[in-house]
Design a protein around this ligand. Structure first.
Ligand code: ATP
Ligand code: MG
Length: 520
C-alpha cells in the first residue's frame, strides 16, 4: 500500500522548503510512493515556455473526461529554466481512445510501447497511456502483457497502469517522473523527484538491479542525464552499473543505434564521452575503439570533434550520425589499414588495393552493427567518407573536378580539416582542397536558396490559387444574392407573375396579415 500525505509547498524550487521535500522523499523511500502537489506559480514555472499545442492536447483529453498531464524531460527542463525540446503527455486514455479524439491528426506507433503521436504541422506531441511496472495478469497475446526474458529483461511492456502513481513508478528516474497539469497549474511528485531536482541528483525509481535487468538502457540514460544536467548519480543508482553494464549487449541493436545518437548528438557529446569512459561503458558501445582509449591523440581527436558537434547543436545545426561513427571509428580503420599494408605489401603503402579497403570497411561496419544497427544509408556514408580521405590525401592521382563535384565532398573536406588538426602532414591536402570546398559550398548555398525560392513560389502559387477559389466563391455568392434580389423585385412586379403564383402571393399576404406580420 502507498502512504499518501499531501504537503503544500509555497516556495520556488531554488528556495523550496527542504524539510518538506526531504520528508516527501523519505516517505517515497519507505512506502514506495508519496504525494506532493506544488503549484506552478510557487515553482515559478513559466507556462509560456510550454508549447501551446501540448497544452491544447492536455486540455482536450481532460475535456473528454480523461486524466492528462505533461510529464518527463519537459518538466525537468522547465524546472531547470531550460526550454524543453519536446513535450510528452501521459493519460489514462488508451491509444485507441486517444486516436478517437484526435482522429485526423494522430497515429499509433511503437512496437515496444504503443504510443500515439498527435501532430500539428511539424510538431509532434507524444501521448502515452499510463503504464505499470507490475506483471500483468491478463492473458498473453491480449496486447497488454509485460513479458520478461530469462535475464529479467522486458521484451514487451504494454501493461496499462491503474493510475498516475503506477505510471510514475515505471519511469526511470525520480526527476523524470514529475507530472504537470497545465490546466490546474500544479505539479505532482510521487517519488521525491522535486527533492532530487533540488539536490541535483539522479536517483532510479525502485530497486536498481531489477530496473536495470528490465531495461539495461536505463544505465546509459543515467550517465546521459549526468552528463547533460551536471547532476550527481546517487550511490545506489550508480553502484550496480559496472557489474551490470554487459547486459547492454542484450539490447536490440536498432534501439542501441537510437540511444547512441541521443548520447552523442544532442549537445552534450563531449561530456557524455568523458562520463562513459569513466564508467568503462564507451568500449561496450564501440568495442573496436576500446583498444585506442589509452592513446591521447585518439582521445583529443574524438573530443575535438564532439565539442564541435555540441557547438553545432547549440547553433541549431544538424549533426549527422555517419559523421559521428566516422570520427569514432576512423582510427580503427587507419590502424587496420596500416597492419594490412604491412601484411600484404613488403613496404608501407598508403593506398592499398580497392578490395583490401572494401574488406576492411565492411568488417568494421559489420562489427559495429552488432552493437548499433546503422541504417544502410549511414553505413554507406561512412564508407564514402573514409574512402574519400584516401582520395583527398592523394592529390596527384585523382580527378580533382570530379572529386569536388561529389555529394560527399564537403563532408569529406570537413573530416579532412578535422584530421588535419591532429595529423599535421595533411596540411598540404587541406590547403589544396580549400578553394574547391569554398566553391562547392557557394554552389550548394545557391542551390539551397533556389530550392527555397521554388518552395516559396509553390507556396505562394498555392496561396494565390486558394485566394482565387475564395474570390470565385464570393463572386458566385454575390451573383446568387443579386439574382435573388432581382427575383424579389420582379416578385413585386405582379404583372410578370403567373396566375398560380399570384394566387399563392395573395394567400401568403392574407396569412401574414392574419398573423399581424409586417406586410407592405
Ligand atoms: P530528453 O530531454 O533528453 O529527451 P527525456 O527524459 O524526455 O529526456 P525521453 O527518452 O524523451 O527522455 O523519455 C521521456 C520520458 O519517458 C522520460 O522522462 C522517462 O520518464 C520515460 N522513460 C524513457 N525511457 C525510459 C526507460 N528506459 N525506462 C523507464 N522510463 C523511461
Ligand atoms: Mg524527451
Amino acid at each position: 500500500m502507498f502512504g499518501f500525505r499531501r504537503i503544500k509547498i509555497i516556495t520556488p524550487l531554488d528556495s523550496l522548503d527542504i524539510s518538506s521535500l526531504k520528508s516527501s522523499k523519505a516517505l517515497a523511500k519507505k512506502h514506495g510512493s508519496s504525494k506532493l502537489v506544488v503549484s506552478t506559480d510557487d515553482l515559478r514555472i513559466n507556462l509560456n515556455e510550454i508549447s501551446s499545442y501540448a497544452m491544447r492536447v492536455v486540455a482536450t483529453l481532460q475535456k473528454h473526461h480523461y486524466e492528462a498531464y505533461l510529464v518527463g524531460g519537459c518538466i525537468r527542463d522547465l524546472l531547470l529554466g531550460k526550454k524543453p525540446k519536446d513535450f510528452d503527455v501521459s493519460t489514462n486514455a488508451t491509444p485507441e481512445q486517444i486516436r478517437q479524439i484526435f482522429v485526423s491528426n494522430s497515429r499509433i506507433i511503437g512496437r515496444r510501447f504503443k504510443i500515439v503521436h498527435v501532430l500539428q504541422g511539424k510538431e509532434i506531441i507524444e501521448v502515452t497511456t499510463f503504464r505499470s511496472n507490475k506483471v500483468a495478469t491478463s492473458k498473453p497475446h491480449s496486447g497488454r502483457t509485460r513479458v520478461k526474458a530469462e535475464s529479467g529483461m522486458l521484451i514487451r511492456d504494454n501493461v496499462y497502469g491503474k493510475n498516475i502513481i503506477e505510471d510514475s513508478q515505471r519511469r526511470d528516474f525520480t526527476i523524470n517522473a514529475l507530472y504537470l497539469d497545465p490546466v490546474k497549474k500544479v505539479i505532482y511528485d510521487f517519488n521525491g523527484g522535486l527533492y532530487d531536482m533540488q539536490q541535483g541528483v539522479i536517483d532510479i525509481i525502485g530497486d536498481p538491479e531489477t530496473r536495470y535487468s528490465e531495461d539495461p538502457v536505463r544505465m546509459i540514460r543515467a550517465l546521459r542525464f549526468c552528463a547533460k544536467l551536471g547532476f550527481k548519480i546517487s550511490r545506489r543508482t550508480l553502484s550496480p552499473i559496472k557489474k551490470m553494464a554487459s547486459n547492454l549487449n542484450a539490447v536490440s541493436n536498432a534501439r542501441m543505434f537510437e540511444e547512441v545518437n541521443k548520447l552523442f548528438l544532442t549537445g552534450h557529446g563531449l561530456q557524455t564521452f568523458r562520463t562513459l569512459r569513466k564508467y568503462n561503458i564507451f568500449e561496450l558501445l564501440f568495442p573496436a575503439a576500446g583498444e585506442l582509449l589509452d592513446n591521447q591523440n585518439y582521445i583529443n581527436f574524438v573530443e575535438y570533434a564532439l565539442s564541435s558537434s555540441d557547438k553545432r547543436y547549440q547553433e541549431d545545426k544538424r549533426n549527422m550520425p555517419h559523421f559521428l561513427y566516422a570520427v569514432i571509428l576512423w582510427a580503427v580503420f587507419q590502424k587496420r589499414m596500416f597492419i594490412s599494408n604491412q601484411t600484404y605489401n613488403s613496404a608501407v603503402v598508403l593506398v592499398p588495393q580497392n578490395k583490401l579497403i572494401s574488406g576492411l570497411l565492411n568488417d568494421i561496419i559489420t562489427e559495429q552493427n552488432r552493437i548499433t544497427d546503422m541504417p544502410m544509408a549511414v553505413a554507406d556514408s561512412i564508407r564514402s567518407l573514409w574512402r574519400m580521405q584516401l582520395t583527398l590525401d592523394d592529390i596527384e592521382n585523382c580527378n580533382v573536378d570530379e572529386i569536388a563535384a561529389r555529394n560527399i565532398f564537403r563532408a569529406s573536406y570537413d573530416f579532412l580539416t578535422l584530421r588535419g588538426k591532429f595529423e599535421p602532414y595533411l596540411k598540404n591536402a587541406v590547403n589544396f582542397w580549400e578553394p574547391y570546398y569554398i566553391k562547392s559550398k557557394e554552389l550548394a548555398d545557391k542551390r539551397k536558396a533556389k530550392k527555397e525560392e521554388l518552395i516559396l513560389g509553390r507556396k505562394a502559387r498555392k496561396k494565390e490559387k486558394l485566394a482565387q477559389k475564395k474570390r470565385a466563391y464570393e463572386e458566385k455568392l454575390a451573383s446568387k444574392k443579386a439574382k435573388r434580389k432581382a427575383n424579389e423585385e420582379s416578385f413585386d412586379d405582379e404583372a410578370n407573375l403567373s396566375a398560380k403564383r399570384k394566387k399563392q402571393l395573395e394567400k401568403a399576404r392574407a396569412w401574414r396579415a392574419a398573423m399581424h406580420l409586417d406586410v407592405k
